[in-house]
Design a protein around this ligand. Structure first.
Ligand SMILES: C[S@@+](CC[C@H](N)C(=O)[O-])C[C@H]1O[C@@H](n2cnc3c(N)ncnc32)[C@H](O)[C@@H]1O
Length: 287
């Protein structure tokens, strides 16, 4: 979408976007199918996963597009809920290869590409969804404009974004222990800036979405629990935090040792530690 940059500033913004997308694509090409395993094992208080909560927000929609669909876990839930025409787009071909193996998605239109440049005609969906992906996207105004373009009049948009860890539980503990490791990463190893902070708040999303023709969002927050045995929680945290990609093997091993040494005080009688994360869901429709 971005063509010749108009100024040096636009040039550097554009290359930051490309660096972020290249990082995400490479990360997911190396480790496909990992996010969904964690999320499918992370129920909210009523037992539903983030995928099921988001699918409920667009119940009845016949044609649904998932932005940042990865291995198709949300699309599979949508198929089970009765959506008939499913499409997904993701930066990572390896994630999409996993999605293509799901029998429920045999007829889904799965594309490698950017949510900022959707390869779909105008007015072609009743709903657009995105689970834990919008918050990683740059140039979000363009994503909003594209979602608006491909939605039919009155079409719905439902996104789930991370809302931070539950204090006093394992994800918080991990972040406390990891903070000095992450802040010591030298500039040459540091990650590109991912996403736009406005996608993480209700006000920010309204600021991004209303110019694209959407109504103010409805906003819901739940806690999903990625808890389990300490080793298992460590594994899911290592999949959940991109920042770990900036650490070398020794640093990761030291962080793991520190985390596993600190985690036992959280153990319950079943040998499990809780690892809650807030999940925010924003739902809106075209005006
Ligand atoms: C944290 S994963 C979430 C995957 C999936 N939605 C889920 O919850 O299981 C984020 C996904 O968004 C994709 N992604 C990030 N930025 C994107 C963009 N601009 N266009 C398309 N996909 C993107 C990544 O490749 C990655 O697969």
């Amino acid at each position: 979408m971005t063509t010749t940059p108009a100024s040096p500033r636009a040039d550097s913004v554009d290359s930051a976007h490309s660096a972020a997308e290249a990082f995400l694509r490479d990360f997911h090409n190396r480790l496909p199918g990992r996010q969904s395993v964690n999320m499918e094992g992370a129920p909210s208080a009523d037992g539903r996963t983030g995928y099921q909560l988001l699918a409920a927000e667009v119940a009845g929609a016949r044609r649904v597009l998932d932005l940042g669909c990865a291995d198709g876990a949300l699309l599979e839930v949508l198929a089970a809920a009765g959506a008939e025409e499913l499409a997904g787009i993701d930066l990572s071909e390896a994630e999409l290869a996993f999605a293509r193996r799901r029998p429920a998605l045999a007829r889904a239109d799965l594309r490698q590409g950017r949510a900022q440049q959707l390869p779909f005609p105008d007015d072609s969906f009743d709903a657009v969804v995105s689970h834990m992906a919008l918050m990683l996207m740059n140039d979000v105004e363009q994503v909003a404009a594209e979602a608006s373009r491909v939605l039919a009049p009155g079409g719905r948009l439902a996104v789930a974004v991370g809302g931070g860890s539950v204090k006093g539980e394992a994800m918080s503990l991990f972040l406390e222990i990891a903070a000095p490791y992450f802040s010591a990463v030298p500039p040459e190893r540091s990650l590109p800036r991912l996403g736009d902070r406005r996608t993480r708040t209700r006000e920010g999303l309204d600021e991004l979405l209303t110019p694209a023709g959407f109504e103010p969002v409805s906003w819901t927050t739940v806690v999903i629990d990625m808890g389990g045995a300490p080793e298992q929680v460590w594994e899911s945290l290592t999949d959940a935090f991109y920042d770990l990609a900036a650490l070398d093997e020794n640093q990761t091993a030291r962080l793991r040792t520190e985390f596993l040494a600190a985690a036992p005080f959280l153990l319950d009688t079943a040998g499990r530690i809780p690892a809650g994360m807030h999940l925010n869901t924003a739902t809106t429709r075209l005006r």
